[in-house]
Design a protein around this ligand. Structure first.
Ligand SMILES: NC(=O)c1ccc[n+]([C@@H]2O[C@H](COP(=O)([O-])OP(=O)(O)OC[C@H]3O[C@@H](n4cnc5c(N)ncnc54)[C@H](OP(=O)(O)O)[C@@H]3O)[C@@H](O)[C@H]2O)c1
Length: 304
């Protein structure tokens, strides 16, 4: 039988691509805040994350087996400018969701980030002590702690993803593809590394982890550590676009940008060992992203 899931942050980049990815195995309800969206593959429910009581009522109305908490203040720059707001949205609201799930006995997946470390080490695993270097990372780190404190059965997913963006929220892959298609200026950093994963692959892996009754912290990322510049190069190859106009830069040489970890790569061995499969390299994920565009997902999402 299909699972019922309730996704917070339902208008976001991750939520919409996730809803599409799991449409054949879940009944999806998108929990909305301010921005209203209509998505044919999901139900819509207005949700108030400020009150545990209101959250409990929403869970009792929607009756999900799992809540997947994706709402957040995701702009690194905005978090730095408004640290109290960042703490409220990323920590307090996540703790509220965790408490409401504990009260109702509903499963919880909390979406965390790869932004939790100083960026000195490569392919870090789930046992590495966290050491965030900006407000976004600090709030996401604190959220993990509070979520697991309130709800020790929660599944916490550290990741960094891409998919097809809306008119109001672009994915990094959108930025690269759009710039390459219209030939506009694009600078990609060659000293920033990460382990990106396509949302479809991420969502299917997380639902398999739920099926395996996983809890605690799991890195769910792609198999390949890659620089932002080389990611752009692979995008150009997959989509048949000219890369020669792209400028390469060094993040370490930037003086005006908020501090970010240079190496955000995570090891996915723990998740892969439990799943019994690899999660795929960038080339395979970009092939699927391209297929999604051909099959109409880009058009569907970008009209929102
Ligand atoms: N983007 C990445 O590459 C990345 C990487 C690693 C981890 N993550 C994590 O993945 C999750 C999803 O990211 P995303 O990029 O998909 O996010 P996003 O597109 O920026 O969307 C954020 C969502 O959070 C909602 N939200 C914001 N404030 C809220 C509030 N006070 N109450 C209720 N909902 C609120 C927004 O709704 P309204 O607009 O209606 O307020 C929106 O639906 C986040 O937890 C993020 O930290 C993202």
């Amino acid at each position: 039988m299909n699972q019922r899931i309730l996704i917070t942050g339902g208008s976001g980049l991750l939520a919409l691509n996730w809803a599409h990815a799991v449409k054949n195995r879940c009944h999806v309800t998108l929990g909305l805040h301010k921005r209203q969206v209509v998505f044919p593959e999901a139900q819509i429910h207005q949700i108030d994350l400020e009150s545990i009581g209101a959250l409990v009522r929403s869970i009792e109305e929607v009756l999900p087996q799992q809540v997947i908490h994706m709402a957040g203040l995701t702009s690194v720059d905005r978090c730095e400018l408004e640290p109290q707001l960042a703490h409220h949205i990323n920590v307090t609201l996540a703790a509220n969701v965790a408490k409401a799930c504990a009260i109702t006995g509903v499963g919880l997946v909390h979406i965390s980030t790869d932004h939790l470390f100083s960026g000195q080490d490569s392919l870090v695993d789930e046992n590495q002590p966290i050491s965030p270097i900006n407000v976004y990372g600090q709030t996401k780190a604190e959220a993990e702690y509070q979520v697991l404190d309130a709800n020790p059965d929660a599944l916490v997913i550290r990741t960094n993803f891409y998919g097809w963006g809306t008119s109001y929220r672009k994915s990094f892959s959108d930025v690269v593809i759009n710039a390459l298609r219209i030939g506009s200026n694009l600078t990609l950093f060659q000293d920033v590394y990460y382990t990106p994963i396509l949302v479809e692959t991420l969502a299917l892996a997380v639902h398999d982890l739920i099926g395996l009754k996983a809890n605690g912290i799991f890195n769910v990322v792609g198999d390949e550590r890659i620089s932002k510049k080389d990611f752009g190069l692979k995008v150009a190859e997959e989509f048949g676009l000219e890369f020669s106009s792209v400028k390469t830069g060094l993040f370490a040489a930037q003086t005006k940008l908020i501090q970010r970890p240079l190496d955000m790569s995570l090891s996915n061995h723990k998740a892969c060992n439990l799943l019994g499969r690899r999660l795929g390299k960038t080339k395979e994920h970009l092939f699927k992203l391209h297929e999604q565009e051909i099959n109409g997902l880009k058009k569907q999402v970008s009209m929102l």
